[in-house]
Design a protein around this ligand. Structure first.
Ligand SMILES: NC(=O)c1ccc[n+]([C@@H]2O[C@H](COP(=O)([O-])OP(=O)(O)OC[C@H]3O[C@@H](n4cnc5c(N)ncnc54)[C@H](OP(=O)(O)O)[C@@H]3O)[C@@H](O)[C@H]2O)c1
Length: 217
């Protein structure tokens, strides 16, 4: 299977790329800073240098040859509201148009719990981030693609546990980036899961079992 990861040099994206490469999938993806290509290449991962905010849909589509699944895990992080709109929002719009142009059916989006940290005194920047992410979810869910939206809880860099909770509705806690990547890898190889929004947090279930439980026959 060939997987194209938008955000391949990021915390989740790079872990996913390493996992998929190790298990024999073909991986490509978009990274933004030149030095990231060298780090990825050192792990045997081929990827493509480019800035999502400077690519239009035909240009991104041209990079997607032979792609079976596009994973969108890019994000502006702490870069501010304009960048959040451009990357997490408009960037997804570009990716949706690009997969259509390239004739690809499957798109997996890494999103966020809509209520993440909202009980705290969060900034306007964070509120904007949540708003952009929810609108991106809605935009993707309205398409006729075979989409899946994965909403991880707060991300940590602790070692993976291989144990999660995965469900359309969960309480927001946290989850390791290792376990998010492993869950995405399993979802990529479970094509019968689509048109589903799944929330993900640390939990008691082995990842394989948790994903299998979400398959609908
Ligand atoms: N942090 C949390 O607790 C949390 C919780 C739930 C969901 N999420 C979501 O989970 C996703 C992945 O998180 P993460 O920790 O892996 O984030 P990350 O490490 O910041 O990775 C995101 C990647 O997207 C890349 N990117 C940003 N703008 C780009 C552009 N214009 N063109 C190409 N690439 C671009 C970044 O490039 P650079 O490396 O150059 O910055 C980065 O490598 C994000 O969408 C985030 O919103 C985060």
């Amino acid at each position: 299977m060939k997987v194209f990861i938008v955000g391949i040099a990021g915390g989740v994206g790079s872990r996913l790329a390493r996992l998929l490469t190790a298990t024999g999938d073909q991986v490509d993806g978009l990274y933004r800073r030149p030095e990231q290509g060298q780090h990825l290449a050192a792990d045997g991962i081929h990827a493509t240098h480019g800035d999502l905010t400077r690519l239009d849909a035909p240009a991104l589509a041209a990079l997607l040859h032979d792609t079976d699944v596009l994973v969108f895990t890019a994000g502006a992080g702490g870069e501010g509201t304009t960048a959040t709109t451009a990357i997490d929002g408009t960037g997804l719009t570009t990716a949706i148009e690009a997969v259509r142009l390239a004739g690809i059916r499957r798109l997996l989006l890494v999103s966020v719990f809509p209520e993440a940290w909202r009980h705290r005194d969060v900034s306007d920047t964070f509120e904007h981030y949540i708003d952009v992410k929810k609108k991106a979810d809605a935009e993707l869910a309205a398409t006729d693609l075979d989409w899946t939206i994965l909403r991880p809880a707060a991300l940590t860099d602790e070692p993976g546990t291989d144990h999660i909770s995965l469900s359309p509705a969960l309480t927001h806690t946290d989850i390791t980036r290792d376990d998010v990547a492993a869950t995405l890898a399993k979802l990529i190889h479970t094509p019968q899961i689509h048109h589903q929004i799944l929330e993900l947090a640390q939990g008691p279930d082995p990842i394989n079992n948790a994903v299998h439980r979400q398959t609908r026959t």
